[in-house]
Design a protein around this ligand. Structure first.
Ligand code: NI
Length: 138
């Protein structure tokens, strides 16, 4: 069982005020939860900088009328199949599509895949939201 340990941290008054303001704005119930979340966020960023498996979602916003774009997006995703867990396609209106590509694998490979997809002509916005498999995250 994971035991909770109390420890004290010294920091400047202004930093504590900023922490409290941030915690309040984001709806944390207490300082400890805000600090725990900040530490986990840093650990996830570290996972993305190290070797090992990570998880993420690539978002792609595009006009499906762009010549050859849908085919190219599908082709690249088929080539990257080992990394792709699932793809969801949402028709936003008569022109625009939103694609959510759930990915798992090596961070550098996923970053390269996201860059290949979002740099295609006709992709109006592309993003990569990185998280963890949870295995290495306490
Ligand atoms: Ni569509």
């Amino acid at each position: 069982m994971n035991q909770t340990i109390r420890f004290s941290v010294s920091m400047e008054e202004q930093l504590v005020a900023a922490l409290d303001e941030m915690a309040d704005k984001r709806g944390y119930s207490c300082r400890s939860e805000a600090v725990r979340d900040a530490i986990r966020s840093q650990l996830v960023r570290d996972e993305w900088d190290e070797s090992g498996s990570v998880v993420g979602v690539i978002t792609l916003l595009y006009d499906h009328h762009t010549h050859g774009l849908s085919e190219r997006l599908t082709q690249i995703q088929h080539q990257a199949e080992p990394c792709i867990i699932s793809t969801t396609h949402i028709h936003l209106d008569t022109n625009m599509c939103l694609e959510l590509v759930a990915v798992r694998g090596d961070a550098a490979t996923i970053r390269t895949l996201a860059d290949r997809l979002r740099s295609l002509k006709g992709v109006k916005h592309g993003g990569l939201s990185g998280t963890s498999t949870g295995i290495r995250l306490p």
